[in-house]
Design a protein around this ligand. Structure first.
Ligand code: OSB
Ligand code: MG
Length: 369
């Protein structure tokens, strides 16, 4: 496949409701959309970097730099026949996983379209619909939180994930569990606790949580192994798992009992599949995380989440959870049983709405040979 043109779109989309986590509060999502044209076909990917280095060390600007100055020049006007070739050409570039994953995603879409098959089929997906949940931000008070969760449960969501932080934890967890005794319920700390708060973390053990996501340091694996030994509730690592190597270390050390896979965080769909397969062989379930993607990134991620060992509900909610207007059609809808259908059309299986994409684009650059 001759790579003839690549375009980057820095987009900014307003969230329907502000999203607060232990990291901060977001009103908008800003990502970079990657478009790759070759031989009459177009592939789309989403680079899930954010404006600030608060979740990941990458930012819109670092990714733009790595994309423009290194990744794009390595493949533009070249014949790339498969993903492994792309990975080989770019393997000298260390880190910058979100930047790499954005290009890889667009190439996967392009190659699936060239074969005329869905991305799910190309990646080895087996599930036709995936179980999804919803990630709920920190709320100012318990009533607001319970009302919001009741709304999501009414819509059909079967799993709730609540963002927590020190001081915004036990009383909220307790109230949710009391109001919704049977719901699948998990929490995400985004690295806001320390091991010395063990007594506090132990209090979470009595609420029948599905898991506690990333309680300790964002690069830590060792202290999580100490914590996991003290808790009944499974720990799930998000931020700390950036590669298959990290996943191996975490599982060998007993730092977690399941793993959240975000392709952006681990450098792309290929690394995601390696982690997925390794965990499957160890009988460790994985689940798909989210970065508040637009329908472009969401479509590809839903395809990935159709692989067989994605066994816990994903942070891939319906389009109307995030945006008033999304940038691709059809929108993702929640089925009554709490699932979302895996697209069956060629590639990511959604059509990008160029007019809407342009409307939310703050800066665009085209790279031609
Ligand atoms: O920690 O899982 C996280 C969003 C941005 C950054 C980090 C996280 C999240 C979410 C959102 O929880 C999940 C979603 O996309 O629905
Ligand atoms: Mg998380």
């Amino acid at each position: 496949m001759l790579i003839e043109e690549i375009s980057l779109f820095h987009n900014k989309m307003e969230l329907l409701t502000p999203f607060e986590t232990s990291i901060g509060i977001e009103f908008f999502e800003e990502h970079i959309i990657v478009k790759i044209d070759g031989e009459g076909l177009t592939g789309w990917g989403e680079c899930v970097v954010e404006p600030t280095p608060s979740y990941s060390s990458e930012t819109i600007k670092t990714a733009w730099h790595i994309l423009s100055d290194f990744l794009i020049p390595s493949i533009l006007n070249k014949n790339i026949s498969n993903i492994d070739e792309y990975l080989k050409i770019t393997s000298w570039i260390r880190g910058h996983r979100m930047a790499k994953a954005g290009v890889e995603a667009a190439l996967w879409d392009l190659f699936a379209k060239a074969k005329g098959i869905s991305l799910s089929d190309l990646l080895g997906g087996t599930q036709k619909e995936i179980m999804v949940g919803v990630s709920v931000g920190i709320k100012p008070d318990i009533k607001t939180l319970l009302d919001e969760i009741a709304g999501f449960i009414n819509e059909g969501y079967r799993r709730i994930k609540l963002k927590i932080a020190p001081g915004r934890d036990i009383q909220f967890i307790k109230a949710v569990r009391k109001e919704f005794p049977d719901i699948l319920f998990q929490v995400d700390a985004n690295s806001s606790y320390e091991l010395k708060q063990l007594d506090l973390l132990r209090q979470m053990d009595i609420y029948n949580l599905l898991l506690i996501e990333q309680p300790l340091g964002y690069e830590d694996i060792y202290e999580h192994s100490k914590l996991q030994r003290e808790l009944k509730t499974p720990i799930c690592l998000d931020e700390s798992i950036r590669s298959l190597g990290d996943a191996k270390a975490a599982l060998e050390l007993g730092s977690c009992k399941n793993i959240n896979i975000k392709p952006g965080r681990v450098g792309g769909y290929t690394e995601s599949i390696l982690i997925h397969d390794y965990c499957a062989a160890q009988n460790i379930p994985v689940w798909h995380g989210g970065m508040d993607e637009s329908a472009i990134g969401r479509a590809g991620n839903i395809a990935l989440a159709s692989l067989p060992n994605f066994k816990l509900p994903a942070d891939l909610s319906a389009s109307n959870r995030y945006y008033k207007e999304d940038i691709a059609e059809p929108l993702f809808k929640l089925n009554k049983n709490g699932t979302i259908n895996v697209p069956t059309g060629a590639g990511i299986g959604v059509e990008v709405d160029i007019k809407r994409l342009n409307k939310v684009t703050v800066f665009k650059k085209e790279f031609k040979a």
